[in-house]
Design a protein around this ligand. Structure first.
Ligand SMILES: [Zn+2]
Length: 308
């Protein structure tokens, strides 16, 4: 089986079978970070580059200086990056639209992983995963509405089915829907294609039934565990595979200030922000949104959606 999991196999929005999130032991770069970061990495961070001539070294130092400013904000996130994170190849492979597999249904939308905005300019795409949740989703909808913000809600099929009123409220408020599978199986990319297809197609059907047939525009694999096959299956059902650039790690509940700081800093990498309205106590995420959304507006960001 082919794999095109994003660089970090660890899920930033994992749910264990027990329903909680693993809180410790995560290593590696966030799946969304490397793809956005790698094009800007200074050559000096490339592990494969041998020591060169003095002029090359000087240029490298210059390049580092130039790019250092843009990297300051993500230094904290980079410290645990594996050496391979500097290589763009893995990220490119996961993002690129590989040739469709003729044995699978033909894609009707782009099957590469979307992370960029459909609008030009200084944009932000909020993506909110693992709901809908009766405790948190209404509050998230409220803070978004008060700030004129829009978002993509990546829902789990069974949760949409359990709370169709919430799923409909999301649609009525002008937000977009994303299929986040049935089981949130972050090892999905190691399972056979029939299993992946069932997780994707059933999740979409549950969301559509809950919303009375609203379009489901995106598919986000649990933990970014995409495969070429899962991307094609999603795209054959009209769902663009959806990645992210900014991983606030809000699922770890690092504190409101940390979530806000991380989002502000990593927005230099790219516009698509990962947050959660399900899977646990999301009070920190909610308060972070209260602070972040006005800041985004004050700093000239326009709320957009990821490209389809
Ligand atoms: Zn998730």
């Amino acid at each position: 089986m082919r794999h095109d999991r994003e660089p970090n196999p660890m899920d930033p929005n994992d749910r264990t079978p027990g329903g909680g999130y693993p809180q410790e032991g995560r290593v590696g770069l966030s799946p969304g970070l490397s793809p956005g970061l790698s094009p800007g990495l200074p050559p000096s961070l490339s592990p494969a580059r041998p020591a060169g001539r003095r002029r090359t070294v000087a240029l490298r130092v210059l390049a580092l200086g130039v790019t250092a400013a843009t990297l300051v904000g993500v230094a904290g996130a980079m410290h645990d990056a594996p050496p391979s994170a500097a290589g763009a190849s893995a990220a490119d492979a996961s993002t690129a639209a590989s040739a469709p597999d003729p044995t699978l249904p033909a894609p009707v939308v782009d099957m590469s992983i979307s992370r960029q905005s459909e609008d030009p300019g200084k944009t932000v795409n909020l993506t909110i995963d693992d709901g809908p949740d009766p405790q948190w989703t209404p509050r998230v909808l409220d803070v978004l509405a008060r700030n004129g913000a829009k978002a993509v809600f990546c829902m789990l099929g069974p949760d949409a089915r359990a709370h169709p009123d919430l799923a409909r409220q999301v649609v009525a408020a002008g937000h977009r829907l994303c299929d986040h599978s049935v089981s949130h199986d972050t090892a999905m990319d190691h399972k056979d294609v029939a299993y992946q297809e069932k997780e994707i197609v059933d999740g979409r059907r549950m969301i559509q039934e809950a919303t009375g047939g609203a379009p489901v525009d995106y598919y986000r694999a649990p933990g970014g565990a995409f495969t070429p096959e899962s991307r094609q299956i999603a795209a054959a059902h009209g769902m663009r595979p959806l990645g992210w650039n900014v991983d606030t790690r809000d699922f770890e509940r690092p504190g409101v200030a940390k979530i806000v700081e991380t989002a502000k800093a990593q927005l230099r990498i790219g516009p698509t922000v990962l947050l959660h309205d399900g899977g646990g106590n999301r009070a920190q995420t909610l308060e972070a949104l209260e602070q972040l959304l006005p800041w985004l507006k004050d700093n000239g960001y326009v709320f957009s959606f990821p490209r389809r």
